[in-house]
Unconditional design. Structure first.
Lengths: 494, 368
C-alpha cells in the first residue's frame, strides 16, 4: 500500500480560536481511514482543508503522491480529491446522469454528448452494484440513494481520494449497509477513503485505521484491527478541565413538566419529568431527535401519541401559541432563521412573543421601547439603545435578544436548544449565569446541547438520546463524557 | 472569537440618515422631481406666472386622480408587508363595477344593496384566494394571477362583454365637499369629492393599524420571518388570510368610487390598476420580500406616480412619454436605496485602503 496523501504540522487559526493544532495525518491507497472525535473536535475543519475550502496556517505542509502541494477547491478536484459533504448538493429536478455530469458535461463541438454521459453513468452504477438507473429523477430518490449518486459522481471524475463526511446520518439501516458496501468496493479499487462517522460500529466495520481528534489536536492513530470501542472512546474524551463551567446548584422543587410516552416527529415513546430549579440536559449526536422532541413539546410539530403535563395538568399544544400561553419558552437552535426578526429593532423583537398574552389591540411603540430598554439593561445587551436593529448585533447579543423576547412572556418552562452555539466566551458565561438566575426564580429548564462541557457542567441530570429514543439517563457521578459517548454512539440497535 | 466580537458590538452602529428614516430617499427624489417641473415652468414663462404644477387647483386635480388607486395601494401595502402580492385587484375592481352597476340598473336592487353586493363579492373572492395562499405553499403571484384571469371572466360573463350604463345613481359620491371654494392663485373652482376624503381616512386608519396595533406589528413579523413568527405564537396562516380580506374590502370600496366617477360599469375600468398600485407601493419603499414598508412611503409613491402624467401634460409633452417616465421612476426609486448603500460601502473600503497604505508607508520609513 503506497501513500497518497500526507499532512504534517497542519494548524488552522480563526480569529480567537485555534481550530486545529499541529495535525499529522496520512492516507494510503486502498485504505479507509476514519476520523473520530466529538462535535467541535476539528474534523470538519480538517476536511475543509483537504478539499481546499480552507487554507492552513503557515508552516503546515500537504503532500500529494509525495509532492508538496497547496490545495484550492479547484486543484483539489483536479488531483481527484473529492469531498462528499453531509448535506446533499443535488439538483432535484434533474435526473441521475445530469446530476453526475453537472459542471463537467461531456461536450463535442459544442454539443452535449448525452449518450456517452448516459453510458458512463450506467457503467458506474453497475460497478457500484446499484439498482438505480441513469434516467431516474433525483427528487424521487431517498437520501441514501442520493448519497450513492454523489459517490458515483466522484468515481466518474476519476478520484484518488474520497472524503465522506457523516454519509449515513439519518439513514435507515439497510441504506447504511448499501453505503458501507459501496465504500468497500471503492476501496478495493485503490482509492483512499477518509470516513467520518459518529457511529462507531461503522468505523469498526469498514475502517482500516482511525485517527482521533480532540479540541483541535491529534490524540492518537490506531489500526482498527485489535482496537476496542472502549479504548477509542477513552481517546475521544478527556477534555481540558478549564473548559468546564462551575455552576451554582439550586434546590430542586416540584415537577413542572411531565412528559409521558411522547411519540411523533421522529421521536418514539419518550417519558421524563423536569423539576423546578433544575436543568435537564439532552445529550446525543446531531440528528438523534432531541430538537425534534422539543418541537413536539412546544407544539410546532404534531404530537402523535402521548401526554404532556404542566404543573400536573394535562395540556394539548396545538400550536406554539398554546405553548406560550401555558408558560413555555423555546430558545431555538438557529436564532437567525427561527428566533429573530433580523431587520427589526431590539424593542420590536422583544415585544413579539408576549403578544399572545396581552389583550390590548393598540400597541404603543414607546412602551415597547421601554420594555426593550429594560431587557437591554438586565441582560447586558451591548447596543446603543433598544432602537438598534438586531442584524447589527453580534451572535452573543442576538442570543440575549432572544432571551429577552422569552423573558418578556413571563414563561416558567424554558427550552434551550444549543444555548451557546456560535457565540463568544464572554456572552456564553453571561447566558449560563442567566440560566442559573432562572433556576433561582423557580423556573425549569430543558437544555439540548451538543457541547460536551456545556451539557455536563450546566445540567443536573442528562438524558442521552439515540435514534429518536432515550438511550439512558445520567446523573451525579455517572455524568461523564465517557458515559454520554458510550450511550450515544454505542452499538446500533437492529 | 471573544475579543473582537465584543468590541464590534459596542461600536455605536451609526446608520446613515437615509437608512434611519426609510422614507427619506424617495421623498427627496420626489422633491427633486417637483422642483425640476416647477423650474422648467418658471423658465418657460420667464417667471411671470405662478407655476401651475403646484397651484392648489392642480394639486386637488391630482388628488382626484390618485384617490382610488391610493385606496387600493393602502391594502396592497399590507399584503406586500406580509410577504404577499396581489395581481388581481384591477380585474376585481372591473368586476365589482359591473356587479354594482348591474345591481342598480338591471337587477333593481337599489343603490345601497347593490354597493353592498359588489363590495361583498370582492371580499369573498379575495378571501378564497387568501385561503388558498395561506393554506398551501403556492406562490401568491400565481394564485392571484389565476384570480385576475378568472375575475375578468366573471366580469365578462356578467356583462355579456358589454358596458353597463347607469343614470347617475352614484352621483352622491362625486359631489363637491367644498362647494364655492376657489383657488386663490388661479381663481378656478376647487373640487374635493367624497372619495378623496375616503382616501385620506383610509390612509390614516391603515397607517395607524400598521404602526400602533398588535395586528399591524404581527403583519410585519409574518413578513420578516414567518418561521420565527410562528414560534412566537403568531397565527401566521390567519394573518396572511386577513390581509387579503382587507384587500377585498378596499378594492370593493375603490371600485365603487371609480364607478361613481365614470358612471359606467365596464371591463376596462380597473385595467392596469394592479400595475399602478404595485408601482406606488414599491416606489414607497415596500420590499417585495415582505416585512419592510409603511403607509407614509406608500402615500409618497401614490402622489409621485399620480403627478407624473399631470406634469407631462403641463409641460406639453406627448402623453406617450408618461409611461417611460413612470417606468424610470419605479426603477430609480427602488434602486436608489441600494445604490446609495453600495456607494457608502465603496467609500468605506477606499478609506480603509488609504489608511492601510499610510500605515504601511510609515512602517517602512520607521524600518529604514
Amino acid at each position: 500500500m503506497d501513500e497518497i496523501l500526507r499532512l504534517s504540522h497542519i494548524s488552522k487559526t480563526f480569529p480567537g480560536v485555534r481550530a486545529l493544532q499541529d495535525i499529522a495525518f496520512d492516507l494510503k491507497r486502498g485504505e479507509v481511514h476514519c476520523l473520530c472525535g466529538e462535535n467541535g473536535a476539528g474534523k470538519s475543519t480538517l476536511i475543509k482543508i483537504l478539499s481546499g475550502a480552507f487554507q492552513p496556517d503557515e508552516g503546515g505542509q500537504i503532500f500529494f503522491n509525495g509532492e508538496a502541494v497547496s490545495l484550492t477547491p479547484h486543484t483539489a478536484l483536479r488531483m481527484g480529491i473529492h469531498t462528499i459533504y453531509q448535506e446533499h448538493i443535488v439538483f432535484n429536478a434533474l435526473n441521475i446522469t445530469e446530476n453526475i455530469f453537472a459542471g463537467s458535461e461531456i461536450v463535442r463541438r459544442g454539443l452535449l454528448q448525452r449518450r456517452e454521459m448516459r453510458r458512463q453513468t450506467e457503467n458506474v452504477l453497475r460497478y457500484l452494484k446499484s439498482d438505480l438507473t441513469p434516467d431516474m429523477r433525483m427528487s424521487d430518490l431517498t437520501s441514501g440513494q442520493q448519497k450513492i449518486v454523489e459517490i458515483a459522481k466522484a468515481l466518474v471524475s476519476k478520484s484518488n481520494v474520497i472524503i465522506l463526511d457523516e454519509p449515513t446520518a439519518s439513514f435507515s439501516s439497510s441504506e447504511i449497509d448499501t453505503v458501507l458496501n459501496i465504500v468497500k468496493t471503492v476501496k478495493e479499487d485503490g482509492i483512499g477513503v477518509i470516513y467520518i462517522s459518529h457511529h462507531l460500529d461503522e468505523v469498526f466495520e469498514i475502517g482500516d485505521r482511525a485517527t482521533v481528534l480532540r479540541d483541535g489536536r491529534r490524540v492518537s492513530v490506531h489500526p482498527i484491527a485489535g482496537l476496542t470501542k472502549t479504548a477509542l472512546i477513552k481517546d475521544m474524551v478527556g477534555r481540558d478541565p478549564s473548559t468546564f463551567y462551575k455552576r451554582e446548584r439550586v434546590e430542586r422543587g416540584e415537577v413542572a413538566l411531565e412528559v409521558m410516552n411522547v411519540t411523533g416527529n421522529g421521536v418514539r415513546d419518550v417519558s421524563f419529568k423536569v423539576h423546578r430549579g433544575e436543568v435537564l440536559g439532552f445529550a446525543g449526536m446531531v440528528g438523534s431527535g432531541r430538537s425534534e422532541l422539543m418541537e413536539v413539546l412546544f407544539g410546532s410539530a404534531p404530537l402523535v401519541y402521548g401526554e404532556i403535563k404542566i404543573d400536573g395538568k394535562s395540556v394539548k399544544h396545538g400550536s406554539p401559541k398554546n405553548a406560550i400561553q401555558n408558560k413555555m419558552c423555546f430558545i431555538t437552535e438557529s436564532r437567525q432563521t427561527s428566533g429573530l426578526f433580523l431587520p427589526k429593532t431590539i424593542a420590536e423583537n422583544v415585544a413579539v412573543a408576549n403578544m399572545v398574552n396581552t389583550r390590548e389591540f393598540i400597541t404603543r411603540p414607546a412602551n415597547d421601547l421601554l420594555t426593550g430598554e429594560k431587557y437591554v439593561k438586565i441582560l447586558n445587551i451591548k447596543a446603543p439603545s433598544a432602537h438598534t436593529r438586531v442584524v447589527n448585533l453580534s451572535g452573543g447579543n442576538q442570543q440575549k435578544v432572544v432571551l429577552g423576547k422569552w423573558f418578556n412572556t413571563g414563561g416558567e418552562i424554558y427550552i434551550f436548544d444549543e444555548p451557546s452555539l456560535g457565540i463568544d466566551v464572554g456572552s456564553k458565561q453571561e447566558i449560563y449565569k442567566v440560566m442559573v438566575d432562572l433556576l433561582k426564580e423557580r423556573k425549569a429548564i430543558l437544555m439540548v446541547s451538543s457541547d460536551m462541557p456545556e451539557v455536563i457542567s450546566m445540567s443536573d441530570r442528562v438524558i442521552v438520546f439515540k435514534q429518536g429514543q432515550i438511550a439512558g439517563e445520567l446523573t451525579g457521578e455517572e455524568l461523564t463524557e465517557e458515559n454520554i459517548l458510550t450511550l450515544s454512539i454505542g452499538d446500533r440497535k437492529e | 472569537m471573544s475579543k473582537p466580537d465584543i468590541s464590534n458590538t459596542t461600536a455605536q452602529v451609526k446608520e446613515s440618515l437615509f437608512k434611519r428614516y426609510e422614507n427619506l430617499t424617495v421623498l427627496s427624489i420626489f422633491a427633486s422631481f417637483v422642483a425640476i417641473v416647477v423650474l422648467i415652468q418658471l423658465i418657460s414663462t420667464g417667471g411671470s406666472r405662478f407655476p401651475t404644477f403646484i397651484s392648489p387647483v392642480n394639486i386637488v386635480n391630482i388628488l382626484q386622480q390618485v384617490a382610488v388607486p391610493g385606496i387600493v395601494a393602502i391594502s396592497m401595502t399590507m399584503v406586500m408587508v406580509s410577504g404577499g402580492i396581489d395581481l388581481s385587484v384591477g380585474m376585481l375592481a372591473s368586476m365589482v363595477s359591473i356587479v354594482v352597476s348591474l345591481g342598480i340598473s338591471q337587477w333593481h336592487f337599489g343603490v345601497g344593496p347593490s354597493i353592498f353586493l359588489g363590495v361583498a363579492s370582492a371580499v369573498v373572492l379575495e378571501t378564497i384566494m387568501g385561503f388558498i395562499i395561506s393554506r398551501t405553499r403556492i406562490e401568491p403571484f400565481i394564485i392571484t394571477l389565476g384570480g385576475m384571469i378568472s375575475f375578468q371572466g366573471i366580469a365578462l360573463l356578467l356583462s355579456n362583454s358589454r358596458e353597463v350604463v347607469m343614470q347617475g345613481e352614484l352621483n352622491f359620491l362625486t359631489i363637491n365637499l367644498v362647494e364655492g371654494a376657489r383657488d386663490p392663485v388661479t381663481g378656478l373652482i376647487l373640487r374635493i369629492p367624497p372619495y378623496v376624503l375616503a382616501f385620506f381616512v383610509i390612509a390614516v386608519i391603515g397607517g395607524l393599524l400598521l404602526t400602533y396595533t398588535k395586528y399591524g406589528r404581527r403583519i410585519y413579523a409574518v413578513g420578516t420571518n414567518p418561521r420565527a413568527a410562528f414560534l412566537a405564537g403568531i397565527d401566521v396562516r390567519n394573518m396572511r388570510l386577513s390581509v387579503y380580506m382587507i384587500q377585498g374590502l378596499l378594492v370593493g370600496i375603490g371600485a365603487t368610487m371609480l364607478l361613481a366617477r365614470i358612471n359606467t360599469g365596464i371591463i376596462t375600468l380597473g385595467q392596469g390598476l394592479e400595475i399602478d398600485t404595485i408601482a406606488m407601493v414599491v416606489i414607497g419603499g415596500t420590499a417585495l420580500s415582505g416585512g419592510k414598508g409603511n403607509i407614509v412611503g406608500t402615500l409618497i409613491g401614490v402622489f409621485f406616480l399620480g403627478s407624473i402624467a399631470n406634469a407631462m401634460n403641463l409641460l406639453r409633452l406627448p402623453s406617450e412619454v408618461q409611461f417611460l417616465a413612470k417606468g424610470l421612476v419605479v426603477i430609480i426609486a427602488v434602486s436608489a436605496g441600494d445604490v446609495s448603500s453600495q456607494i457608502s460601502e465603496f467609500r468605506g473600503l477606499k478609506r480603509e485602503q488609504a489608511k492601510a497604505r499610510s500605515v504601511a508607508a510609515t512602517a517602512k520609513k520607521g524600518g529604514a
